[in-house]
Design a protein around this ligand. Structure first.
Ligand code: FAD
Length: 564
């Protein structure tokens, strides 16, 4: 192979999500010569489209806010939720390194996080907390990216206004509940976006970066400061080994296959396999259709397959970060449903017209029940969210935007939204038995008026109330469905990525089928089986570990000891 088709670096990083970028920054800070390769024509992966939240127990930011936490409590909490095949050492490594990773991010990159009073998803379990483990990124000025603003992956449609304008946590709240002054906030958002005239002439991309785009944008600036190259349109094809050690990879770059030799090793950070229909059909319990994932389209498990080809072991491949999703015709990614299910005045029913879950539970719990409950005669794929004119006026329902008339909603929304003057007529439109749906709504309405969901305890757990409407009493997640017209939207049991994958140890080293580390091979993010097993302990448990084990992998590969 000639010199042009060959390159040598210390560390090759595959994938440019938050885990890959932070691994690259960490390694470069430790004097390694690093290259990041990215399959897509945009960098940032699903991390950029996400909320950017990270779940970090015992952070210095939580301590500064006067919050009490401890490694023991964090361990008890994760251990109670995770699967038995996740070793204690991996969980302890996370608890040990996650707060240090966050300090590193604050010290060495322009990304800034805030610790929030956002409850753990199972705060009632031992070690669970009512807040301050979830951290959200502060907005970031995309102008600092220069030309690299053009290739930053945009926020997901579910995390931006009209799929265009990035919003922060406070703006989301203002648009959702429309408190006094909300119009001023909305006008400011529109002005901020449209008055960025130079950028508007070039692109639709919003330079006010928030949530996942703020995280990835800030990391990219730190990467550029260290002059680490990031190659777009450059997928990993296969890993190269020599005497059992991974020594590099074959990569497609500028229409050629080239060999990249990695003197120290390779860190795989190329996401899960949620966009691979074949692997979904082989491993997952739910529908094989990749469009039921909210993840961006490039995560097809390439690097999991490349690693297993050199002897790597996998585990928990049946598992996803499950979620209820709205699949809007014409959109490549499904929209994650986080908030709207908990708002008062809606229910989810199966195809038999019956409620079958607590709609306000965390998306992982709801998504899993939706997948598990799918059975003949009472199908749940799709299920239907039922709401009335009051809900329609007050709140969004996935892609359905309040205050905007039905005929002005997007074509995709119009093709899926059903509407009728009575519940029985609505049932006819969705193919459910009218008598069953009518009695479901009547039963729910009775409970809603008393404030106690006798069937599924909606609004009981602390997490349910997080996204309820605090102005509605006695239960902020319950209101009757009584005002016509009535609406139904299909909702599916989908995911925001897979969370089984390569087996790794506490240093993020990939293990072979005998449990031994494969020299030179590391993995983080959804490329590796999660330390959370099949559970979702709180907001940020996918990005927190992705970044922490990216940080841990880069440190280990560059010879750091636990003390340095
Ligand atoms: P990614 O961020 O997807 O990065 C993987 C990258 O690898 C991609 O850019 C991909 O193109 C690239 N790649 C794939 N194959 C190859 C190849 N062969 N060669 C080179 N590159 C390749 N999680 C949280 O913890 N907190 C949140 O707030 C949160 N909010 C979310 C909101 C939404 C709407 C969604 C959809 C998800 C959210 N998640 C959240 C989940 C989280 O975004 C993902 O789990 C996380 O981003 C996965 O990170 P990753 O680094 O493993 O993968």
């Amino acid at each position: 192979m000639n010199e042009q088709n060959r390159k040598e670096v210390d560390i090759l990083i595959v994938g440019s999500g938050a885990g890959g970028l932070l691994a690259a920054i960490t390694a470069a800070d430790r004097q390694a010569d690093v290259l990041v390769i990215e399959k897509s024509d945009e960098y940032g992966g699903t991390s950029a489209t996400s909320g950017g939240g990270i779940w970090i127990p015992n952070s210095h930011l939580a301590a500064a806010a006067g919050q009490q936490d401890s490694p023991e409590e964090a361990f008890a909490y994760i251990r109670a939720l995770s699967t038995a095949n996740v070793p204690d050492e991996n969980i302890r490594a996370y608890i040990r390194w996650a707060p240090q990773m966050l300090r590193f991010v604050h010290d060495k990159t322009p990304v800034r996080y805030l610790s929030l009073p956002y409850t753990d998803y199972h705060a009632e379990l031992p070690g669970g907390k009512l807040g301050y483990r979830t951290h959200l990124p502060v907005a970031f000025d995309g102008r600092l990216l220069g030309e690299d603003m053009n290739t930053l992956r945009s926020a997901s449609a579910a995390a931006s206004l009209f799929g265009l304008i990035n919003w922060n946590f406070n703006e989301t709240y203002a648009l959702l509940f429309r408190p006094k002054g909300w119009l001023r906030i909305a006008a400011k958002m529109l002005a901020r976006y449209y008055l960025d005239i130079g950028q508007r002439l070039r692109s639709k991309k919003d330079r006010c970066l928030t949530l996942g785009t703020a995280l990835v944008g800030g990391l990219r600036v730190a990467l550029n400061e260290r002059k680490v190259p990031l190659w777009l349109n450059s997928p990993l094809i296969e890993l190269l080994t020599d005497a059992g050690k991974v020594v590099g990879a074959v990569v497609k770059h500028q229409d050629k296959q080239i060999v990249i030799l990695a003197r120290k090793g390779v860190i795989l950070a190329a996401g899960g396999f949620e966009r691979n229909a074949e692997l979904r059909a082989k491993y997952l319990r739910g529908a094989a259709d990749p469009r039921l994932s909210g993840s961006q389209i490039n995560n097809t498990g390439d690097s999991i397959l490349a690693a297993t080809a050199v002897g790597a072991a996998t585990m928990n491949m049946q598992s996803t970060w499950s979620a209820p999703v709205f699949s809007v015709p014409g959109e490549a990614c499904s929209r994650l449903s986080t908030i709207e299910r908990a708002l008062p005045g809606c229910i989810i029913v199966n195809q038999a017209g019956r409620r079958y879950l607590n709609e306000a539970a965390s998306y992982h719990v709801v998504g899993r029940i939706m997948i598990a409950a799918d059975e003949p005669g009472a199908g749940t794929n799709p299920s239907w969210v039922i709401f009335d004119a009051t809900f329609r006026h007050n709140y969004p329902m996935g892609p359905v935007i309040p205050l905007i008339p039905d005929w002005l909603q997007s074509r995709g929304v119009r093709s899926t939204l059903k509407k009728a003057a009575t519940i029985a007529a609505l049932a006819e439109k969705i193919g459910a038995p009218p008598g069953e749906l009518t009695s479901t709504v009547e039963r729910f309405n009775k409970d809603a008026l008393s404030g106690v969901d006798t069937e599924f305890n909606r609004g009981g757990p602390a997490y349910d109330r997080l996204y309820g409407d605090a102005r509605v009493t006695p239960n902020p997640t319950l209101a009757p469905i009584i005002k016509p017209p009535f609406y139904a939207m299909p909702i599916h049991g989908g995911d925001i990525g897979t969370n089984g994958g390569l087996v790794t140890d506490e240093y993020a080293r990939v293990l072979d089928t005998k449990g031994q580390p494969i020299a030179g091979l590391y993995a983080c993010g959804n490329n590796a089986a999660s330390i959370m097993g099949e559970s979702y302990p709180g907001a940020g448990v996918t990005l927190g570990p992705a970044m922490t084990f990216g940080y841990v992998a880069a440190r280990h590969l560059t010879g750091a000891t636990d003390q340095t």
